[in-house]
Write a protein that binds this ligand. Structure first.
Ligand SMILES: [Zn+2]
Length: 303
């Protein structure tokens, strides 16, 4: 028996407040269950939780106890001397094996080229790309939100275009993976030989003495220590919502919008709508996972 696939649409970085520029989506909210979505802390876990029920991935890059799948990059450290061309080659070297495996592709941004081989990419295949789901993705709002922030006219126009596209599409679940926060402060954090500086999470590995020395230098009025799996850092420091760590491992210039902060903040809230009769109801990623599971299971009964 071949089961119908659940149709899922993800609009990267769609904030609930963007609904005002999306007349079609707005009209659907009058009939169907929808609301704000708390997708948790960090840069990946929400999507994993939605589809798999759980996740510890607060970031894309981590450490591994075993041999890193990026270990071969140590033979290409010399590419750091070749500027943009060197970075392009590194991105190809990182992603070519991943592309063959159907894994998510990632640009390496500003990550020191001679350090890349010491990390692992903890994200493999996108959780939505499974046999039960027909998955469609809109990425423009994420790129734009980082570049121009959330209040720019370009955002309104992009939302209108996406909304027009959506009016010709069908779905069972539509969701965004996070909101977007306008950056209001830029702060530099310590850089060590064994660290990963995400845009809003600074992560350090080291001996207790080394970690203590880093702690003494962290800007505690602009962030706090959070607990995470050790593979993401012996010390993990999360920026206060709206604070951008810069310099960081992602961009050469500061960006205007960011996400990855605490998912409870109003600007970090994502959005969902599920095609079943209902009204407004705010959920956490875990709750939406249950609704997703129900849809998957109901197919078995009805088909
Ligand atoms: Zn983003």
């Amino acid at each position: 028996m071949k089961l119908r696939k659940i149709k899922v649409i993800m609009i990267d970085a769609f904030k609930p407040e963007y609904l005002q520029y999306a007349p079609y989506l707005k009209s659907l909210t009058e009939k169907y269950q929808h609301g704000e979505l708390d997708m948790g802390i960090g840069h990946w876990s929400g999507v994993d939780i939605l589809f798999n029920g759980k996740s510890e991935n607060i970031a894309v890059f981590c450490k591994t106890d075993g041999k890193s799948s990026l270990h071969y990059l140590k033979y290409f450290s010399w590419l750091k001397h070749f500027g943009g061309f060197g970075r392009f080659c590194i991105n190809v070297l990182v992603n070519l094996p991943r592309w063959f495996k159907g894994y998510e592709l990632f640009k390496t941004g500003n990550i020191p080229i001679d350090k890349l081989h010491t990390f692992e990419i903890c994200v493999k295949r996108h959780a939505a790309k499974n046999e039960n789901v027909h998955f469609q993705y809109f990425g423009e709002l994420d790129n734009l939100g980082h570049a121009v922030g959330t209040k720019d006219n370009k955002i309104k126009m992009a939302v209108r275009e996406i909304d027009a596209d959506l009016s010709k599409m069908d779905f069972d679940i539509l969701f965004s993976d996070h909101g977007m926060v306008d950056v209001n402060k830029i702060v530099s954090v310590p850089r060590t030989n064994n660290c990963f500086i995400d845009s809003d999470i600074a992560r350090y590995w080291g001996t207790p003495a080394e970690i203590k020395a880093i702690k003494d230098k962290l800007p505690f009025k602009d962030g706090k220590i959070i607990h995470a799996n050790k593979k993401f850092g012996d010390l993990v420091f999360l920026a206060k919502t709206g604070v951008l760590f810069f310099p960081n491992f992602w961009s050469r210039k500061p960006v205007k919008g960011m996400h990855g902060y605490d998912g409870k903040h109003k600007d970090m809230k994502a959005f969902y709508i599920i095609k079943k009769e209902g009204s407004a109801k705010n959920l956490k990623a875990e709750d939406l996972h249950k609704l997703y599971k129900q849809l998957i299971d109901e197919r078995l009964k009805t088909e």
